[in-house]
Design a protein around this ligand. Structure first.
Ligand code: IPE
Ligand code: IPE
Ligand code: MG
Length: 229
């Protein structure tokens, strides 16, 4: 399929779900599912870069996910250090790393210092790139983002759609065109509620570790169909 001839979404967002189910299907511990999910993300980043998608935003860890068992949380945290550490790959893909989540040091924020360091380094070491912008949502919840944005808009004296948009965690991010959720769940799970107002949604039964370039192309084709129909 020649996806370059079809309308491409500027901004693709993914709710990367189903790592645990992928692992249990194979008789493996859930942590192995997260490890495989991190590898799958590296492939999706490469595929998006090659297809000239402008922005890829992925849900890595939510404000609700902290209640998971400690060993699982610790494993997911170390995988985020690994993924933010993929700086050579990002540079090879001419891609920039960004992050959204509860800002370090603000009330309620929980990103540990070693992950903060990896995030800061990844952003600094890739900011010169000019292609795909990859944003990882970590310690992210849309409600927390919107409460904060509303409070800041109010402090500036005007609560409007524009002023809330201006006060989101990353106000340079364009609206989401295509939202993907893997693993057969038809939920949004507190992800980018403001930014997905007009986006198309692609749900797939595939678990995230099995989400590959071919499945991305199906999502892009469904998007293109939706745009032209
Ligand atoms: C998504 O996979 C990863 C995170 C939420 C961190 P899950 O861990 O939710 O996998 P399932 O949904 O239990 O299969
Ligand atoms: C959504 O998946 C969050 C991430 C992918 C990081 P969850 O597995 O946490 O969502 P729910 O609990 O099924 O809604
Ligand atoms: Mg899940």
């Amino acid at each position: 399929m020649n996806v370059s001839a079809t309308p491409l979404p500027i901004h693709v967002a993914c709710i990367m779900d189903g790592n645990g189910r992928w692992a249990s299907r194979k008789g493996l511990p859930r942590t192995d599912g997260h490890t495989a999910g991190e590898e799958a993300l590296a492939g999706v980043v490469r595929a998006c870069a090659h297809r000239s998608v402008g922005w890829l935003t992925v849900f890595g860890f939510s404000t609700e996910n902290w209640v998971r068992p400690r060993t699982e949380v610790r494993h997911i945290l170390s995988l985020h250090r690994k993924l933010f550490g993929r700086i050579n790959e990002m540079n090879e893909n001419n891609a920039r790393t960004r992050w959204i989540g509860r800002p370090f040091g603000e009330t309620g924020a929980r990103t540990p210092v070693y992950v903060q360091k990896a995030i800061r380094k990844a952003i600094a070491d890739t900011e010169h790139n000019t292609g795909l912008v990859v944003t990882v949502a970590f310690d992210y919840g849309s409600r927390a983002e919107l409460v904060r944005a509303s409070q800041r808009a109010m402090a500036d004296g005007s609560v409007t759609a524009e002023s809330i948009t201006q006060n989101l965690y990353d106000n340079s991010m364009p609206a989401v065109d295509l939202l993907v959720r893997t693993s057969g769940e038809s939920r949004i799970s507190n992800f980018m509620l403001w930014q997905i107002t007009g986006s198309q949604v692609f749900f797939t039964e595939r678990t995230w570790p099995d989400f590959d370039a071919a499945e991305l192309d199906l999502a892009l084709a469904a998007y293109a169909n939706g745009v032209t129909s």
